[in-house]
Design a protein around this ligand. Structure first.
Ligand code: NAG
Ligand code: NAG
Ligand code: NAG
Length: 528
């Protein structure tokens, strides 16, 4: 079954016109479910268009299409689904109490767990027979998640797979990714995705942004990339190229953003924005008890969800009270995704807690008038697509940046989880429930939706374009092969400086010679 008509129509034309069913390998060694939710529709569409897809991931499809082979990594590591315990925010590191250091420390610590995850999965994947078996075939293109690991690039090299590589990102470019396609993200005006900045930035913000940009580059290089290379060389007993150089062979990078939401940045033809690719346009069934709750609401309903990774039930009582107190003052009703609730939901006052909900379907429902969320990119994308204003309560990772971007776009208010108070939440709710903000959210949505092609169609097109032309049609800029001193023009600045020094010195000699000449003439005149 094709979920989207245009893709079905395309499928017939593409395969008939091209006569080429490609062999596609997908490598997704990250355990976060929200990441895989971005890539899955693309893999599925490619198979439905007649290609042969082999997908290596922690999340095999429940009902795979024909010619789709799952290679499961399940069992290698625990999955990132409703596992994040909120109590860690209750005993914060002392660093998080110092005003200036706080922002930076929060960002660095938020990314730290990614090191252990990357090395753990890499070490085990190298010895995972189903993966090794999949690498023994040939492919026309390889899709690989570009996030906290380059382990798969090393494996592709070991198994001599030379096909073009397309990187998929579930976010915008991480600070250590731009160079791979020749995007130089100038920290003077491109906020790093772990910050909560939007451009233009103040001096202090640029200072922090630049520091975090440099830190994350060194952090990824020395704590992950170099160590993964060692793991691979040890396992296979042979030298491989620097993973950094293998990464520079990407043919294309697809990012899960669109600039109406995520901000305008410099880019190259090899970076394709496919934000919205995960949106499922098939109608989902809203459970009857939820639909009744919606139908019976007089003033509309607010949706509250902290996403798939956070275990909502671990929220401390006092924080839960803050949220409940602020919400129970409203005349609107609230639906809260809360995993520890009854089968038919648990109703207290105007708040219905439900185990699971069809989020995007609900956001599109006319009774849902606002969304309180953690700022994960998928939920943000769904809200902007549905035109619903948001209160963003960011926790970590790219959530603060996503929240800041939505606030800058005018349809959201940010209340960081660490700064959550009843007053702040009430004020934020007042803002998003106002008629102006709701109109603004619909306007931003219309702009966001206005594109040349549907994002999934765009992703399919660019994948097939790489299959057709591969290395013959480069899409990166020359900057990816330039050393830093050339990119930053340090050599040119040095040459200018030397030239200016020489000129100034020359000028000084000439002037002093002229001066001496004039001065001695004057003296002679005076003597007469
Ligand atoms: C699956 O692959 C085979 C062999 O290439 C092909 O004949 C068949 O049409 C494909 N099935 C679908 C549903 O695309
Ligand atoms: C990158 O790709 C090109 C073109 O296929 C190839 O010649 C080169 O060896 C590759 N570089 C690395 C480091 O694998
Ligand atoms: C809710 O309202 C819609 C439209 O008025 C109706 O079709 C649907 O059956 C109602 N659902 C429930 C559970 O009351």
């Amino acid at each position: 079954m094709c979920p989207r008509l245009f893709l079905c129509a395309f499928a017939v034309i593409a395969i008939a016109g091209n006569g080429h069913a490609a062999k596609i390998l997908g490598l997704f060694p990250h355990t976060g479910k929200s990441h895989q939710m971005v890539f899955e529709p693309l893999l599925r569409s490619l198979a439905e268009r007649g290609h042969h897809v082999t997908s290596v991931s922690f999340f095999p499809l429940k009902n795979p299409p024909a010619n789709y082979t799952d290679v499961s990594l399940e069992g290698i590591a625990g999955l990132g689904v409703e596992t994040f315990d909120l109590s860690i925010f209750e005993a914060p590191n002392v660093l998080l109490k110092i005003p200036v250091v706080k922002g930076i420390a929060n960002q660095l610590m938020g990314f730290q767990p990614l090191v252990g995850m990357a090395l753990d999965v890499c070490g085990k994947a190298l010895n995972w027979p189903p993966l090794i078996e999949a690498l023994k075939s040939d492919y026309d293109v390889v899709l690989v998640e570009n996030f906290n690991s380059d382990c798969m690039l090393g494996l592709l090299h070991i198994y001599g797979i030379k096909s073009p590589v397309v990187a998929l990102l579930s976010s915008y470019l991480t600070p250590w990714s731009g160079y791979r396609i020749g995007v130089f993200e100038n920290p003077a005006y491109v906020p790093v995705l772990s910050t909560s900045f939007t451009s233009p930035m103040t001096f202090l913000e640029r200072l922090e942004n630049t520091f975090v940009y440099l830190y994350h580059n060194l952090w990824f290089r020395y704590l992950i990339q170099v160590k993964e290379r060692e793991l691979i060389e040890k396992r296979f007993g042979s030298k491989i190229p620097d993973l950094q150089d293998l990464a520079k062979n990407y043919s294309l990078m697809m990012v899960n953003t669109f600039h109406t939401l995520n901000g305008v940045r410099p880019t190259v033809p090899g970076v394709i924005e496919v934000g919205g690719m995960h949106l499922d346009h098939t109608r989902k069934i809203i459970p009857e008890y939820i639909e009744r709750f919606l139908n019976e609401s007089e003033h509309g309903v607010i949706l509250l969800s902290f996403g798939s990774l956070i275990k909502t039930a671990t929220i401390p009582k006092y924080k839960e009270d803050i949220i409940v107190n602020a919400l129970s003052k409203l005349k609107q009703r609230v639906i809260w995704k809360y995993e520890n609730s009854g089968e038919e939901g648990t109703l207290t006052g105007n708040i219905l807690r439900v185990k699971w909900l069809p989020q995007y379907e609900l956001l599109q429902h006319k009774k849902i008038i606002a969304f309180i969320a953690h700022g994960g990119l998928l939920g943000m994308t769904e809200a902007i697509s549905a035109g619903k204003p948001m209160v963003v309560v960011p926790f970590f990772g790219d959530q603060p940046a996503n929240g800041a971007a939505a606030a800058a776009a005018g349809f959201a208010k940010v209340v960081p989880y660490m700064e959550l108070t009843e007053k702040a939440l009430t004020e934020a709710l007042d803002f998003v429930l106002s008629a102006e903000t709701r109109v603004k959210a619909r306007l931003v949505s219309s702009i966001w939706l206005d594109r040349q092609a549907d994002p999934l169609e765009t992703a399919v097109y660019w994948t097939e374009r790489v299959i057709r032309w591969g290395h013959a049609a480069p899409l990166h800029s020359a900057s990816r092969d330039m050393p830093f001193y050339q990119l930053a023009l340090l050599d040119v600045i040095a040459a200018f400086t030397v030239a200016i020094l020489i000129l100034v010195t020359l000028l000084w000699f000439i002037l002093s010679a002229v001066y001496r000449l004039v001065f001695s003439k004057e003296n002679k005149l005076k003597m007469h």
